[in-house]
Design a protein around this ligand. Structure first.
Ligand code: YH5
Length: 270
């Protein structure tokens, strides 16, 4: 077991790129099996997403996203005693997901989408506010900042202010710098090194670097496949937690839990 100070959020993608049949028959059963195994490996939150927000990914309609995530959330809610997070930018998906059993909203657009702020406020569930520059379709084209850390911090604080004004209490807000979302490797590294500063804002800090390109870019071998970035992701999770991160979003729960257990056993200050 990990001490209560770190929460592992396991990722369940209900998107075509996660299914071998090309997405024509998204099978809720395989998503549920995935959730089951992440929970058994030590995840205490399952993040269910039906829209790929990878660089260059195309948008999906609300109905398609609902068709993907709602059956999975219902099934996880029926079967597992676990916190369910819904990874969505759409107000209708937030509403239906919470009705189906989701407990958290994880929004890579920090509730800037149409109706998202009011919906999240009415639902009274915790929300993760993430920073992104641009949109998934074009965010990696030419990300630019004058001072990435100051700008991400200012954006997150502004979204906190807007959320509080809309009736979302501080206790329900989590923050995330959004690794890979409109950021070059240099930007991602600067943000990672600034995690202590972001943690000091006083909100639980969520970090998601699992399998992302930045890890591949940092490896000597370069361009390792996503599955070849598991060790790198576990090491990054350790460093993130040492820097104040409280929630780690990962595809690789077993490896991440092991890495964090060693951190907690051997570091003098954990
Ligand atoms: C995040 O950081 N990320 S979806 C590209 C990859 C691998 C993984 C292979 N949702 C975050 O996981 N929500 C996503 O290359 C998120 N924080 C929060 N809060 C992107 C993703 C991924 C993209």
């Amino acid at each position: 077991m990990l001490s209560r100070s770190v929460t592992i959020m396991g990722i369940v993608n209900v998107t075509p790129d996660s299914f071998s049949d090309g997405g024509r028959f998204l099978d809720p059963q395989s998503a549920i099996a995935q959730a089951r195994s992440l929970a058994a490996a030590g995840a205490t939150v399952i993040d269910v997403g039906g829209e790929s927000t990878r660089p260059g990914a195309t948008q999906v309609g609300a109905q398609q996203e609902l068709d993907r995530v709602i059956p999975v959330i219902e099934a996880i809610s029926d079967e597992l005693d676990i916190t369910i997070s819904v990874d969505t930018r759409k107000a209708v998906v937030m509403r239906e997901a919470v009705a189906a059993g989701a407990h958290w909203i994880n929004d890579v657009e920090a509730l800037q989408g149409e109706g998202a702020l009011g919906t999240a406020s009415a639902l009274q569930v915790p929300v993760c506010l993430m920073h992104m520059q641009g949109t998934p379709g074009s965010m990696q084209d030419a990300p630019q900042y004058r001072d990435v850390v100051t700008e991400v911090e200012a954006f997150l604080l502004e979204r906190v202010r807007v959320c509080e004004a809309a009736g979302i209490s501080r206790e329900r807000i989590l923050l995330d710098p959004g690794f890979g979302f409109g950021k070059t490797l240099t930007h991602n590294v600067a943000l990672f090194r600034a995690l202590p500063r972001l943690a000091a804002l006083g909100f639980p800090l969520l970090v998601g670097v699992s399998r992302k390109r930045m890890l591949g870019e940092l490896l000597q071998a370069g361009a390792a496949s996503p599955a070849g970035r598991v060790t790198a992701g576990a090491v990054a999770a350790v460093l993130a937690v040492q820097s104040g991160a409280r929630i780690i979003r990962t595809h690789d729960v077993e490896e991440t839990v092991q890495a964090l257990q060693i951190l907690q056993a051997l570091a003098s200050d954990q």
